[in-house]
Design a protein around this ligand. Structure first.
Ligand code: 26W
Length: 815
């Protein structure tokens, strides 16, 4: 097998039982037979955490001894999900742990289920960061992830009368067992105050006076790699007031003031902002960004100084990757530390900074671009503002000198019209800029960042996203994992994902096809059991499981999926024999709490689901289900059971998508547009192994330029018209969706009619669904396609993506 066998001795079932029993005793003074599932879960976490922590010590020593370059991955989101099963899997003690739990009188499955998701992220960007941590560690790259230790993760979604209601996600009660607070590494972050400048010894000094100090307390989550003893850390910063509430202040009548400071500090780490792909200039959000950036940079610089005694070689030993623009303030913060604290001059500080930072862009949506009001920046972060102004001025001079074109100067400006444009600051201060799929990177180069790319083309790269295939295939789909091991002759694929390609040879093998079908069927049945028990929904495992799960966004076009379902429903009413193959449409999606249209679409899905459920014509033919509270742990159950993957965004809008990869790896077939990583899926699969439809990115642009008039399509296409009219009429619950109808045909609130071209792609989408259903009837053909999908999904492993970052951007060695 590929993996190294130089592993530290792992636990046996017996030693695990002993360790768990001892932990229960120590923490709860209970014997195993007295302990609750929750207590046992904590004991498991503590035992595994100890094991990883001792490996961490060794890994850190080695990094220091060998003076290795370190990767620092900064992200405001890490959507980690559950850790127990994952860590046990990576440590290769999962079977032993399950056995130990059973021997101690517990149901292993119940213990795993008791763990809350660490939902410290919204969607794609946050889950990507979590997958990347796994690969960084498995590839033995010394790396640390940094984020905020949010008290409340992404809200829990309840559906009440068809509508989304948000509840707080207080995950830390049980989730904190994985966290190791490091009070000895506290950092202090300053906000507000005023600047005082003075000359001393020929040097201009700048001090920030009367600032509010907030303490950043590291809470470390250790991450184990697979097939290695290496471990890395996810450092989550918690916030608290720099001085505790002082009772003397109370007697002086200033108690409230002291408490205020405490509250302001605490507020920083209170919640994860639930907006995904939509920017709002909230001052608390800017506080969060600077808080986590400043604490992180200080912590990196302190450790670097400890080892090397100077910051002059900082860029040789550190690389900072910033996940979208949210951590952009690392650029001015590094400058501040190099200049104000290490006494460097501007040019030297700039040279080191611009060799240390790389930026990944994750979206081209205009409404997601961060532009902070200059006033806010100035009052909240006076010194940082000063540095930004200097960077902006120098950048502008460079641009003017290159282009001599005021239009380009304006477009590329960092400070303009009273705003600080974070993406432009990244272009100026970063050594590399990358998109997350081939198409997306091309759009960045040719459109969004064209001027910067023409000026500094060497900075622009692509790294197509990838997923942790050990979690998303091997761990969650044990049936498929066994089949793969058997057919590929072992577990090589776990560390060499391209080994999946060996499966291609079995695509025409009848027995393999049948076994694959049986595995899918068993997964569908266990998913149906789960939804019955936890959602009170009865699913038919004999029907097609046709799935769209992702954040709710107009550009992702859940509404197009709905229009097609309405179309099927109407056909069924005309002709009860029009559906021969039972079809279940599953949706899962959280909407940003303030995103009105997205919430209406959730309600629409539920209205339609209810109507269909009550219509006897649909019985055993058509079902629509909205799965409440879609999250990592639900995705883990759903992916193995899915047969059709809906990836139907307007071409040019979805930067990559990563759900698409999870479905593919689990053998689902994709209905999709040529958008994001679907393009690369198509490159490896060909037309014959997926169901493509719709306008291409350039056609979308062209149609918009020429003037797109959706009413024409409405007038011309009768079945489309009927579907849209059904929105107005509403469903069994009496709710009308006139507003959505209006948006599609006439536009509303400043947005164009059918902004995301649903009507333009409707025909083509219906035809793709039709092709899919026909193919489904041909079991042999379907299973053959499914084998090809799994076989060719290796390229979408995060290990490949991380190896590319390591080789082309970070220049660090890896396994
Ligand atoms: C400031 C508000 C905000 C919040 C989150 C703006 C933008 C974001 C993220 C960048 C949105 C996001 O998650 N983007 C997704 O990133 C994934 C990982 O690269 C891609 O696969 C998805 O296509 C992209 O939508």
């Amino acid at each position: 097998m590929a993996q190294s066998k130089s592993r530290m001795t792992p636990f046996t079932t017996k030693t695990l039982e002993e360790a768990l029993t001892a932990k229960l005793m120590l923490n709860f003074s209970k014997a195993p037979e007295e302990a609750t599932d929750e207590e046992m879960l904590k004991a498991c976490a503590l035992v595994i955490r100890d094991m990883m922590a001792s490996r961490g010590l060794e890994a850190r020593r080695k990094t220091r001894r060998e003076q290795k370059k370190k990767v620092h991955y900064l992200s405001l989101e890490f959507l980690m999900g559950r850790s127990l099963m994952k860590n046990a899997y990576n440590l290769e003690i999962l079977p032993q742990l399950k056995e130990a739990l059973e021997n101690l009188g517990f149901k292993a499955g119940d213990i795993f289920e008791a763990e809350p998701d660490a939902g410290l992220g919204n969607g794609g960007l946050g889950r990507l960061a979590a997958c990347y941590l796994d690969s960084l560690t498995s590839l033995e790259i010394p790396a640390t992830g940094y984020s905020i230790c949010y008290e409340l993760g992404i809200f829990k979604q309840k559906i009440v009368e068809g509508q989304q209601v948000e509840l707080p996600d207080d995950w830390k009660g049980l989730g904190a067992a994985w966290l190791l607070p490091k009070p000895e590494e506290i950092q202090t972050v300053h906000f507000g105050g005023t600047l005082r400048e003075f000359w001393d010894n020929g040097h201009l000094h700048i001090v920030n006076e009367n600032a509010t100090a907030v303490q950043a307390v590291p809470c470390d989550m250790v991450v184990a790699g697979y097939g290695t003893d290496h471990v890395n850390t996810l450092r989550l910063w918690d916030a608290r007031a720099a001085r505790p509430v002082d009772m003397k202040l109370f007697s002086r009548g200033e108690y409230a003031k002291a408490a205020e400071e405490e509250a302001m500090a605490k507020a920083i780490a209170r919640v994860l902002y639930p907006e995904d792909n939509h920017y709002e200039g909230k001052s608390l959000r800017l506080k969060q960004q600077y808080f986590f950036v400043s604490a992180t940079v200080q912590s990196i610089a302190t450790k670097h100084l400890d080892t090397y005694g100077t910051l002059k070689n900082f860029h040789e030993k550190n690389v900072i990757q910033i996940n979208d623009t949210h951590p952009t303030l690392v650029i001015p913060e590094l400058m501040r530390i190099f200049i104000d604290e290490a006494g460097m001059n501007w040019d030297e500080a700039w040279d080191i900074t611009t060799k240390s930072v790389a930026y990944t862009n994750h979206t081209v949506l205009a409404e997601a671009l961060e532009r902070w009001p200059q006033n806010l920046m100035e009052t909240l972060l006076p010194r940082i503002w000063q540095i930004i102004v200097e960077i902006a001025g120098r950048w502008q001079a460079k641009v003017e000198n290159f282009y001599h074109d005021p239009v380009k100067t304006q477009k590329m400006a960092i400070v303009w019209g009273g705003e600080v444009r974070m993406a432009n600051l990244c272009l100026a201060g970063g050594m590399a800029v990358n998109g997350v799929s081939g198409l997306h990177s091309d759009i960045l180069k040719k459109d969004v960042f064209k001027e910067a790319c023409d000026m500094e083309p060497w900075k622009f790269q692509n790294v197509t996203n990838g997923i942790d295939h050990r979690r998303w295939l091997s761990e969650v789909n044990t049936g498929l994992d066994s089949l793969i091991r058997e057919l590929t002759g072992g577990d090589d694929y776990l560390t060499e994902p391209m080994a999946l390609q060996k499966l291609d040879a079995y695509a025409d093998d009848k027995t393999v096809q049948e076994r694959l079908e049986a595995i899918k069927r068993a997964n569908k049945e266990s998913f149906a059991k789960y939804t019955k028990r936890h959602h009170g929904v009865t699913l038919d495992p004999g029907s097609i499981f046709d799935v769209q799960v992702k954040r709710l966004h107009e550009y992702k076009r859940q509404l197009l999926n709905v229009l097609h379902i309405i179309h099927l429903y109407q056909k069924l009413q005309d002709d009860p024999n029009s559906i021969t193959q039972p079809h279940t449409f599953l949706f899962g999606a959280k909407s940003a709490p303030g995103y009105f249209v997205a919430k209406r679409i959730i309600r629409l899905i539920n209205s339609l689901a209810d109507d269909i459920a009550h219509n006897p014509i649909c019985k055993d033919k058509l079902q629509v289900v909205f799965l409440e509270n879609y999250r990592v742990s639900l995705a883990e159950k759903l992916m193995p059971a899915s047969e059709v993957s809906q990836q139907i965004s307007t071409a040019g809008k979805e930067a990559s998508g990563t759900g698409n990869m999870k479905f593919m790896m689990n053998g689902a077939l994709t209905i999709g547009t040529l958008d994001g990583a679907n393009v690369e899926m198509h490159e490896v699969l060909g037309d014959e192994n997926m169901f493509l439809f719709g306008l291409h990115a350039d056609e979308v642009e062209q149609l918009k330029r020429e003037g797109y008039v959706p009413q024409r399509l409405y007038n011309r296409d009768e079945s489309l018209r009927r579907c849209l009219d059904a929105l107005r009429a509403g469903f069994r619950d009496g709710v009308s969706y006139e507003d959505l109808y209006q948006r599609l045909l006439f536009g509303a609130g400043g947005s164009a009619a059918d902004e995301y071209l649903l009507l333009a792609d409707f025909r083509s989408y219906c035809e793709a669904e039709q092709r899919m259903v026909e193919t489904y009837a041909d079991r042999e053909q379907w299973n053959r396609m499914s084998v090809h999908n799994i076989a060719r999904s290796g390229i979408f492993a995060a290990d490949r993506a991380i190896a590319e970052y390591a080789d082309n951007i970070w220049h660090v060695p890896h396994k």
